[in-house]
Every structure is written in C-alpha cells, then in structure tokens.
Design a protein. Structure first.
Length: 210
C-alpha cells in the first residue's frame, strides 16, 4: 500500500509531462500576392512586339463624282430601229432644254429585248442608237460629241418574262430603247463608236432582232 501511494502522483504527472513535450504543428505559410499583368503585358506575351506596334491606316474614301444635273432621257422603239414621232419630239425637247449646255456630249446606249439571237439583238440595239445619232447630227450636233454604245439584250430595265415563265410584253417594250446621257462639254468621251454606220445585218438577223 505504501508503494502504491508513492507511485500514484507519478502516474498522474506522466501524461501531463508527455503533453508538455509535444510540439504544436507549424502554421501554413501565408500565400504571396501575384501581380496582375497589364493589358499591354498580356498582349506582349501572345504577339510579337512589332505586330502590336503596327496600326492599320483607315481606308481612303473613293471620290464621289459631282452630279451634273443634266437631263437624261430614254427613246422607246415599238420594233425595229426607226424613230417615231414621239421619239423625234422627245429629242427636240432635249435639244431645246436650257439645262443642256452648248456643245454638250451625248452618249447613246441602245438596247433590245431577248427575242432573237444575241447577234441580231446587238445589231438592232446599235441601229437604234445610230438612228438617234443621225437625228442629232441633222439638228446640228457635232459628230465628235455623240457616242454610240450597243448593249443588245444584256442591260434590261424590266423583265422579259414573268415569274411563271410567260412572255411579258410590257417588260419587253421597255427594253427596246435608247438611253441618252448628256455630259458637259469638257467631259471625257465615253468608250464607244462616235462615228460611222453599221453594215446591214444578214436578212435572218434583221428579221429576228428586236
């Protein structure tokens, strides 16, 4: 009993001393702040410096031609290439228009519908423009100020057929025409045929072209 009384305090103190000898775990290191890259640094990390430095110049706007405010008219043809009374009256009114300057230039673009072959329609459109040219020359317009351009059936202003595939007579009539563009005297002449007459087309083409 005496021995037990002596050992009892030691048994109580031994766990406490063991707890005193244990080392508390070390605290985790604090995270270091990372620098946020600037937009310039981010772009430099992806692209080459000389690429970043390059800047595209804004596109140069194309010059807009000045409006001439000169009258332009269209001469209609029922068929063939002969001027009718309405066409001659329209040309007389154009020449008498005070907006048309002296020595003005005239560009005549003849057109046709699609009835007939391409060659026949091209020849017919040229003969229409030549008919208008002859009338202007008879009225005193200088030959070097009139340009003839034949377009044939390739520049229609109206459909030659309907959406159902049927013939469109009203559209074809609008395509048998000569468009007259009036230009100032100092304008560059358009590319075309300012002088001369067409050789007569073969009879088959003359009959089929419209």
């Amino acid at each position: 009993m005496t021995i037990i009384r002596l050992l009892a305090p030691l048994l109580v103190l031994s766990p406490l001393s063991a707890c005193d000898r244990t080392t508390p775990p070390a605290a985790p290191p604090e995270p270091q702040p990372t620098a946020t890259p600037t937009p310039q640094e981010a772009s430099q990390s992806i692209m080459q410096p000389q690429v970043i430095a390059e800047t595209k110049a804004p596109p140069v706007p194309l010059p807009t031609p000045e409006p001439t405010n000169l009258p332009n008219i269209t001469i209609a043809f029922a068929s063939g290439a002969a001027l009718d009374d309405a066409g001659r009256a329209a040309l007389d009114a154009l020449l008498d228009d005070p907006a048309v300057p002296d020595n003005a230039r005239f560009v005549l673009r003849g057109s046709s519908d699609t009835l007939g072959s391409d060659a026949a329609n091209l020849a017919t459109s040229r003969r229409r423009a030549r008919a208008v040219r002859s009338y202007l020359l008879d009225k005193g317009v200088a030959a070097d100020r009139v340009t003839v351009i034949a377009l044939g059936e390739h520049r229609p202003v109206a459909p030659n057929v309907t959406l159902s595939g049927e013939d469109d007579p009203a559209g074809r009539a609008r395509n048998r025409r000569v468009d007259i563009e009036v230009l100032p005297p100092d304008a560059e002449p358009a590319e075309g045929q300012p002088t001369g007459d067409d050789p007569p087309p073969p009879p088959a083409q003359a009959a089929s072209g419209r």
